[in-house]
Design a protein around this ligand. Structure first.
Ligand SMILES: Cc1ncc(COP(=O)(O)O)c(C=O)c1O
Length: 391
């Protein structure tokens, strides 16, 4: 069966070396071989996170680590299950809002600082919310808001968090491994990555880094979750083990994926991601399509996923565009939630190359031509190739 080309923001295509690593025989997770693999994974991830903080790998998807971060910090303190912990949740898309839902579920006193999806974060509103929230407090944000293709101002929010003595939880699920994410320089107390995104892995693992300040809150919190108890992870890591049985085949794959990243080098990898996303932006705008995010001076287009307005005004529907591309073997994402049918998204994450990008643009042009949005094919490819060959 011919494989579809997956150009969605996770799961991304997984190259053979990583797939084959999963076929290794099982080992005991309480032995030296696992400890060595896990130790190397952690050291390699710390380099990619650019952090000196502790770091652990959880057997679960990105949301598992988001919940672990919030759930370990939020202490339930009274009979109503309410906590003294305030949580300022910044959001301009689905994943930022997910933190609001998690924090509410854990009983935090939540101040949502929500913006229209795809609009930029205004720092003034974040500052105001932080000034008005007594400590202890947490501030959460998605660095790369995948649902709308925008890169949020992590450094600036990190500075505000520090100034207002807030614990900064940063979802870097679709930025770490593809973009420059200096976690310590951003002042992120907890930073999270998901396996099926820029690391080029299958889904099923997430990793998170934890600062000393965050540990102080977690260690004195008796209502930490059980399975995602990060203090248990810290204790087990003394022997380079995990508290419960890890998803071994995925750990083998992650070990290999990180070797591949080392071979490429992070600087080159970031440049590749930036070039490929820039080439997609150049291609789609040259075809007369428009980009969805509304930028301000502190935001940018995502370097790992491009969100494009569906040309509804020309009568082209989601079914025609994405359905048409899929029939030709290329899968791109639609809009989520309120953006369903209104945007489409092309990912450029992981071990993707210019070949896959050019194939995607070629198929997009074919579909736009079939639907009479363009009169000739080639402009998009030419624009993308121009960016790629200049880099
Ligand atoms: C920015 C961001 N945060 C969180 C998630 C949720 O991750 P998962 O689906 O792995 O639980 C995603 C998934 O696409 C994401 O892009």
């Amino acid at each position: 069966m011919e494989e579809e080309l997956l150009m969605i923001p996770g799961p991304v295509p997984v190259i053979a070396r990583i797939r084959e690593a999963m076929a290794k025989p099982m080992i005991t997770h309480r032995g030296d071989e696992f400890s060595q693999i896990y130790g190397e994974i952690v050291e390699n991830l710390k380099n990619i996170f650019q952090t000196r903080n502790d770091l652990f790998v959880l057997s679960g998807s990105g949301t598992c680590a988001m919940e672990a971060a919030v759930g370990n910090i939020i202490k339930r303190t009274n009979d109503a299950g309410k906590t003294e912990m305030r949580c300022v949740t910044i959001a301009n898309g689905k994943f930022g809002e997910r933190f609001t839902e998690i924090a509410e579920r854990y009983g935090a006193d939540v101040t949502p600082v929500h913006f229209e999806w795809g609009h930029s974060i205004e720092l003034e509103r974040v500052k105001e919310a932080l000034e008005n929230s007594p400590t202890p407090k947490v501030v959460t944000m998605a660095h790369n808001e995948t649902s709308v293709g925008i890169l949020n101002p992590a450094k600036e929010v990190g500075k505000l968090a520090k100034k207002h003595d807030a614990i900064f939880v940063l979802d870097c699920i679709t930025s770490i491994g593809g973009d420059n994410v200096p976690v310590d320089e951003f002042g992120a107390d907890i930073a999270i990555v998901g396996s099926q995104k820029c690391l080029g892995m299958p889904p099923g693992l997430a990793a998170l880094s934890i600062s000393e300040r965050a540990w102080e809150l977690m260690e004195e919190n008796p209502s930490r979750p059980y399975y995602q108890d990060l203090v248990a992870y810290k204790k087990s890591y003394k022997k380079k083990q995990t508290p419960y049985t890890p998803a071994l085949p995925l750990f083998f794959a992650l070990h290999e994926a990180l070797e591949i990243i080392k071979e490429e080098g992070m600087a080159k990898r970031i440049k590749r991601h930036r070039t490929l996303s820039k080439s997609i932006r150049a291609a789609v705008t040259s075809l007369g399509l428009s980009l969805f995010p509304k930028l301000n001076e502190v935001s940018d287009y995502s370097n790992t996923v491009t969100a494009i307005n569906m040309p509804l005004e020309k009568g082209i529907t989601d079914e025609q565009l994405r359905g048409g591309m899929r029939k030709k073997g290329v899968v791109v994402s639609g809009g989520q939630g309120e953006l369903k049918g209104k945007i489409f998204r092309i990912a450029s994450m992981g071990n993707i190359t210019s070949t896959e990008i050019l194939r995607t643009i070629e198929v997009l042009e074919q579909v736009l031509m079939e639907n009479k949005f363009i009169e000739e094919e080639g402009k998009g490819l030419e624009a993308a190739k121009g960016v790629i060959s200049f880099s």
